[in-house]
Design a protein around this ligand. Structure first.
Ligand SMILES: Cc1cc2nc3c(=O)[nH]c(=O)nc-3n(C[C@H](O)[C@H](O)[C@H](O)COP(=O)(O)O)c2cc1C
Ligand code: SF4
Ligand code: SF4
Length: 254
């Protein structure tokens, strides 16, 4: 069984592809479910697929896994994380978290995918060429990673980047404390009240009021609402001005 969380579709694509290639099934985590429950077979593998947020597995994913009721401890556990460029010590950090659940994390792989975080100065989307190069590499690597999962490989094969410990432990804590907020989201007159932002929010944090989205304080800055708006009517303060939009499959070449 594969459980995935995805804001902008990269991790959803990886989860569904791995499910096809390993003859498994993928399920979206409903991270708002107070009592998520799944049944697995005694010898079944469990795959967790999600983006990396500030060099760690997103807090909403870890909190979901703490609530998850499974009838068996997974006999093989892997994490396939997606990132823009590096994951720091995500694997070691998540492995420790898994042991608090009584699980052993066997295998971790990081897929480098198009960037979705643009909420700070200097953080930009990939160029169209860069996006294509990343997605071509992911498509090439997926069957190889699937084979490694099927052979129940052990180990962490990830791109850590610079200062991995500092990023996963210090920057991550500051990121959640200081930067994760929905108070900076605004909507312009370009909004056509289609409701896509509301229906695509994985935290059900957006409610339409008088034909416009309103944000309700339970946001993890996945950026789905911003990137999927067909009119580019959503902005995050001034940080997103002129930066464009990306979600997996936004163009037919994806
Ligand atoms: C809040 C947030 C934090 C992110 N932090 C990182 C990071 O620490 N390292 C990185 O390489 N990419 C980072 N990214 C980029 C995403 O991990 C990457 O684009 C991922 O594939 C998005 O997955 P999704 O489309 O399934 O949401 C971040 C994106 C967001 C929205
Ligand atoms: S997705 Fe964009 S156009 Fe549609 S309701 Fe939301 S802000 Fe308005
Ligand atoms: S409000 Fe927007 S950025 Fe926040 S969790 Fe929902 S879709 Fe993601």
């Amino acid at each position: 069984m594969i459980l995935f969380f995805s804001g902008c579709g990269n991790s959803e694509f990886v989860a569904n592809s791995l499910a096809t290639l390993t003859d498994d099934k993928s399920y979206r985590m409903d991270v708002t479910d107070a009592n998520p429950t799944f049944q697995i077979e005694e010898d079944e593998a469990l795959g967790i697929v999600c983006p990396v947020y500030s060099w760690a597995v997103p807090l909403v994913v870890m909190s979901y896994l703490e609530r998850l009721q499974l009838n068996h401890t997974p006999s093989y556990l892997y994490l396939a994380c997606t990132c823009g460029d590096s994951v720091g010590n995500t694997a070691e950090h998540f492995s420790k978290f898994c042991s608090t659940l009584g699980w052993k994390l066997d295998f971790v792989y990081s897929f480098i995918m198009p960037e979705t975080y643009i909420n700070l100065k200097g953080f930009n989307l990939d160029t169209p060429d860069g996006e294509k190069r990343k997605l071509d590499a992911v498509r090439q690597n997926l069957p190889l990673v699937a084979q490694r999962i099927l052979s129940r490989e052990n180990g962490f094969d990830v791109v850590k980047g610079k200062l991995p410990w500092i990023n996963t432990h210090i920057t991550n804590a500051l990121f959640y404390k200081l930067l994760i907020t929905d108070r900076k989201f605004c909507v312009s007159d370009a909004c056509v009240s289609c409701g896509i932002c509301e229906s695509s929010c994985p935290l059900h944090n957006i409610k339409m009021k008088n034909g416009r989205p309103s944000w309700n304080g339970n946001c993890t800055n996945c950026m789905s609402c911003y990137h999927r708006c067909p009119k580019n009517a959503i902005s995050f303060g001034k940080a997103t001005t002129g930066k464009g939009q990306y979600f997996f499959g936004h163009n037919s070449d994806a």
